[in-house]
Design a protein around this ligand. Structure first.
Ligand code: FEC
Length: 316
């Protein structure tokens, strides 16, 4: 089966972010599956964006950069074979818009990948479900990369960042203090455990692989950015973890948010502002590893995962 240009479409999916401050309410309503936030909830989210947005919403710029970087990498590895399209979960262009754009360009086979390395039915699974539905409606044959949390190049990029972060922490603290590396990811409702969701296991595997490679023994995993709903979310949250570590006499913490790949709200606010302030209050130093953004090793991870997915489905 071949399309007009002989090209394979690549649907690059990411969370999405508002286009402007005026757009925050519509964005939040979309996240809440059509239920508008209360004025308090909206004010709280707007304040968080106010603290990190300097004219441009960082996630938008970073996603654009990652899609362009991936296109370049695919062009280097497999010239003329792949065309990337963007599809966002909660903002325009939506996932369905990305699939539609592929159809408009005459693409008949495609592969989808999410800019998040770990699979959960509630995260990557829901992106894939939407893309699959639209692709089948438009007659596009589509396969998907479900996770790439142990890709050697992803692990190398993250390990280097953890090593750099530890060096920085030594410079800041003088190196005499008890240090802990805290791996983190977005929390999800605890009910994912009932369905045997691989999210937690994959996150632990990424964290363990990095610590093995870097020879780190003082580390643990913690959750962050839990939703503000009544049901229980996976914990402990990073703010609770910091309090526990203070009791254990830990004086310096390096946070490695391995569940995320970009600078965005959950990193720039929840870690750099909120968690850092909590650490200071507890008399601890908190540093964070640099995010991957357009790191060449991350671009190679994505490109190789896409090409592997096409080989597995016999498309190459
Ligand atoms: O920078 C930005 O503008 C967007 C940053 C952002 C990223 C992100 C990633 C993930 N989320 C995940 C799950 C949930 C669940 C809910 C939820 C709610 C929010 C809200 C904002 C938000 N998320 Fe998000 N998430 C980002 C931003 N997220 C804003 C709404 C206010 C709040 O709760 O803080 C709860 C939905 C509900 O109410 O039912 C669940 C997961 C990821 C990581 C994987 C991925 O990127 O898809 C999982 C980035």
């Amino acid at each position: 089966m071949s399309d007009r240009n002989g090209k394979i479409g690549v649907l690059v999916m990411s969370y999405g972010t508002p286009e402007s401050m005026q757009d925050v309410e519509a964005y939040y309503t979309h996240i809440r599956r059509g239920n508008p936030p209360t004025s308090e909830q909206l004010a709280e989210l707007t304040d968080r964006y106010d603290a990190i947005v300097g004219g441009v919403f960082p996630l938008r710029e970073n996603t654009n950069g990652q899609v362009a970087g991936l296109q370049d990498k695919l062009e280097q590895i497999a010239p003329g074979q792949y065309t990337c399209y963007q599809g966002l979960k909660h903002a325009k262009p939506y996932i369905e818009d990305g699939v539609d754009a592929m159809a408009q360009d005459g693409i008949s086979r495609a592969v989808g990948i999410v800019l998040a390395p770990h699979y959960s039915t509630m995260s990557v699974g829901s992106y894939i479900k939407r893309a699959k539905e639209k692709a089948s409606e438009l007659g596009i044959e589509m396969s998907f990369v479900e996770s790439y949390h142990l890709h050697p190049k992803l692990l190398k990029a993250l390990t280097e960042r953890v090593q750099d972060g530890l060096k920085k922490l030594v410079e800041v603290t003088g190196g005499e203090q008890k240090v802990k590396v805290l791996f983190s990811a977005h929390s999800l409702p605890e009910r994912i455990r009932e369905i045997g969701d691989p999210y937690e296991k994959q996150l632990m595997e990424t964290s363990a692989a990095i610590t093995d490679a870097a020879g780190i023994t003082e580390w643990q995993f913690t959750w962050q950015s839990a939703g503000r709903t009544k049901e229980p979310w996976l914990g402990p949250d990073i703010l609770e973890t910091l309090a526990t570590l203070q009791q254990e006499d830990v004086k310096a913490v390096l946070v490695a948010p391995v569940g995320f790949v970009s600078d965005h709200l959950e990193v720039l606010y929840d870690l750099d502002i909120e968690a850092k302030a909590e650490a200071e209050k507890l008399g601890m130093t908190l540093e964070r590893i640099a995010m991957l953004n357009k790191d060449p090793l991350y671009m190679e991870t994505l490109a190789e995962s896409i090409i592997d997915a096409m080989i597995v489905t016999g498309e190459e």
